[in-house]
Design a protein around this ligand. Structure first.
Ligand code: AMP
Length: 297
């Protein structure tokens, strides 16, 4: 089935004149759709709001057209030149094994491909799955990443029901919080692949696709950081600077009040809960934390 579709896409791609606008495929539904459109928005592209049944939408601020495509089909559309680049899950890119390259990791849609068994199973590790019946909708990745021989049960949707239905001894499926596994009486026995949304392009991407990747990276980096501002007595400065994480030295500015300085720095968002009380205890006051829009190296 796949080769037939590839042929059709190639023929169509060849018949289409190269477009001025950069065509980017975005997931038409599912959990990656909204965060993808939000990324286009935060990158300043000004995406028009697509209706539920829209197939494509333009961007107001850049020569970019977004095409709404099933997330599963995006690697192949990119490979065949139907679009210039696309956003989908890394798990899908690896499973489809399309000839595309990763242009940027996008920091959302995080999940992991894991093997799981019924809670009461004697299986403890991936190695114990040798000879087992394994249900999955990721047959290629299961074959590639599970050790040894096993029997593949190819299923589409509701994979976690397969052991209960007696179809399989184990499953290989995507997990984020783990609550679906628990609800279905399953426990993980090992991680096969960490995944998140990625921007992919053809082996030789257009220059504007590479530029767009840079813009996305700057947004993703900024989302993971906060701009920290605080005031402190000069004598606390050394201690405060030693608390502030990050590769760059903070900026230190004199204040009108004698003996007081302002400290400014970019800090990782995930450190903030730990950092703020420690800074207060070290003598910092008037602490402000501001979101960033872009971060370029
Ligand atoms: P959907 O279209 O909603 O089935 O989402 C498909 C993609 O969302 C997957 O291929 C993953 O890249 C990503 N994803 C993130 N978390 C999960 C999860 N818990 N289960 C399934 N897919 C997830």
């Amino acid at each position: 089935m796949a080769p037939k579709r590839r042929g059709r896409l190639r023929a169509r791609a060849a018949a289409t004149a190269p477009s001025e606008r950069l065509r980017i495929a975005v997931p038409s539904k599912g959990r990656l759709r909204e965060p993808t459109i939000e990324l286009l928005h935060d990158a300043g592209l000004g995406p028009e709001t697509p209706g539920d049944r829209a197939l494509a939408f333009p961007c107001r601020n850049a020569p970019v057209e977004a095409l709404l495509v099933r997330a599963d089909d995006i690697p192949e559309y990119v490979q065949d030149g139907v679009v210039d680049c696309g956003i989908t899950g890394l798990d899908i890119v690896r499973e489809r094994s399309a000839d595309v390259i990763e242009l940027a990791r996008l920091g959302f849609g995080a999940c992991s491909l894991e093997a799981a068994v019924p809670t009461e199973s004697a299986v403890r590790s991936l190695d114990d799955l040798r000879g087992a019946r394994v249900a999955t909708s990721f047959p290629r990745l299961a074959r590639e990443l599970l050790p040894g021989e096993f029997e593949l049960v190819d299923v589409h949707g509701s994979v976690e029901l397969a052991p209960r239905l007696g179809l399989a001894d184990a499953i290989v499926d995507l997990v984020s919080s783990g609550s679906t596994l628990r609800t279905n009486g399953l426990r993980s026995v090992g991680l096969l692949l960490d995944s998140e949304a990625v921007l992919v392009g053809p082996a030789a991407p257009r220059e504007d696709a590479q530029q767009l990747a840079g813009v996305f990276r700057s947004v993703v980096d900024a989302r993971g950081a906060r701009y920290l501002m605080l005031n402190a007595p000069e004598e606390s400065l050394e201690r405060i600077c030693s608390l502030v994480p990050g590769s760059r030295a903070p900026s230190v500015l004199p204040l009108a009040e004698p003996g007081m300085v302002a400290v400014h720095s970019v800090v990782p968002a995930k450190e903030v809960w730990r950092l703020l009380p420690a800074l207060e205890a070290a003598g910092a006051s008037s602490i402000l934390l501001v979101p960033l829009e872009r971060m370029l190296a």
